[in-house]
Design a protein around this ligand. Sequence first.
Ligand SMILES: [Zn+2]
Length: 411
Amino acid sequence: MAGSKRSFSYAVCHRDPDSRARTGDLTTANGVVRTPAFVAVATRATIKAVEPQALVEHGIQILIANTYHLHLRPGEEAVAALGGLHRFSGWNGPTMTDSGGFQVFSLGAGKEHGVGKVASIFPGREKTSKRRSGGRSLVRLTEQGADFRSIIDGSLRTFTPESVIAIERRLGADIILPLDECTSPLHDADYTKRAMERTHRWARRGLAAFEVLAGDPRFPNPDQALYGIVQGGAYRELREESARTIGGMPFAGYAIGGSLGRSKEEMHRVLDWTVPLLPEERPRHLLGIGEIEDLFAAVRRGVDTLDCAAPTRLARNGTVFLRGAERHRINLRNARFARDDRSIDPTCDCTTCRDHSRAYLRHLCRARELSFYRLATIHNLRFLVRLMAEIREAIEADRFDALAAEWGAAA
Ligand SMILES: [Zn+2]
């Protein structure tokens, strides 16, 4: 793009003959991501409780930070003055920043509908969060952008497609996302269509702003790539229209965002409608999905990278991954681990499993010791790193379906 050196690229390495699954290399200014890959959620420029050096040691490839939160604190000017996200955080690998659209959503319509960040994206499946239902929206959406109140000090802020790109330029992540309007699964087709059309107009404005700011020496990372975001809720015509429209714009990659429906089946359909309409040679990112069976479902449908806060949040609550357990997880609070001298997973090579027993970790968890958050998070992240590596190997060996069946995630 205009004037700037472009190191960003994506190359497909191998395609699964039986599905849309594929392996690839996503090259950024700060390193190569082997895909399919899990993107670890570092909302405030950190994985909660874990320092960057431990992430490197455990093979985490890429992090996603959040524009909304970093804009409010410490502010993009501070991050830029300190050299950008990479230098500021000490994480030197590939990074993404989410646009803040989801936070606008979860503090606005999501709050009104009781489908906030905390509540499930599939509201039928889990307990509804009563705390959020009936809450007053903190957001006013217009064609220009979104006016909202800071969750930190209540001050009035405005996000526009242009200002979000300017913020992300200053933060300096390798892959950035434009402002979009996320809809709730409870919005009807009419509203979802209007929001999608606005997202498309905002995408054009975001692209234009991105071009204008390319090569500006004030920004820490001259090699950023901008992805487009496909919206359209769980409505087939809208998802197809959005995939064609966003897919027709010159983005470096494409994210699939917003409401993916009320069930896993609806999510699968959304991916089945969307992915085939996106440019084959560009990377695809799925926002906010991360259960084990979801990983297989998304990869099978052609998703290259995905992020989700659940694995690290679960860890902090005592739920750790264990292959073969129910839903591939156990809760360390359970009394049956009180005298269990085994590691969480005897086949795991993480430092937590190397050094500590389930009984000790259970004790730390119940005593709310700070060390527990770090130890449990490291294990869950390492589990996903190894799982994604296993998935990549299986795709390369044309045995993805067989691996999915072994994990109880058959098509
Ligand atoms: Zn482990």
